[in-house]
Design a protein around this ligand. Structure first.
Ligand code: ATP
Ligand code: MG
Length: 130
């Protein structure tokens, strides 16, 4: 998971972490960092060529982010359930994105979309030793 710049700037790190921990996740790694444009381009390489790509890179490199390595059973599906839909304005009422996000791309958090992606994304921020 990544707590995105919009959520960091609205002081929502603690509130988001509480929701994640209350859902049974263990925080295994966490840090605060800021994407350079080059790092954001590398992280979101699958979206290169999309019309929203430049806006996404601008936004993700606009301020600090908090990447986390999280652990629990069925972590990907459980996390995506409490995160909610990509467009925060359309996400279900009780979700993290509905509560802390605004729209797309300002949707408060990133959640890995498969165990394989999660492994690569965790390595991106924390190296292999998780
Ligand atoms: P994330 O990968 O951030 O968890 P997601 O899996 O729900 O979100 P993706 O389709 O992977 O959504 O898109 C990655 C990010 O790109 C989104 O979180 C959003 O910030 C941005 N994005 C996706 N689709 C659009 C769009 N149509 N217009 C603007 N931004 C978009
Ligand atoms: Mg995604």
């Amino acid at each position: 998971m990544i707590i995105k710049p919009d959520a960091v700037s609205r002081n929502a790190i603690g509130a988001i972490l509480k929701r994640v921990e209350d859902r049974g996740f263990k925080v295994r790694q966490m840090r605060m960092t800021r994407f350079t444009r080059e790092e954001a381009i590398r992280f979101y390489a699958v979206h290169r060529g999309q019309p929203f790509f430049d806006g996404l890179i601008d936004f993700m490199s606009s301020g600090p982010v908090v990447p986390l390595a999280l652990e629990r059973e069925n972590a990907v599906s459980n996390l995506r359930e409490i995160v909610g839909a990509t467009d925060a304005a359309k996400a279900a009422e009780v979700t993290i994105r509905k509560h802390f996000g605004t729209n797309i791309p300002r949707n408060a958090v990133h959640a890995s979309d498969s165990p394989e992606t999660a492994t690569g994304e965790i390595a991106f921020f924390f190296g292999e030793q998780v």
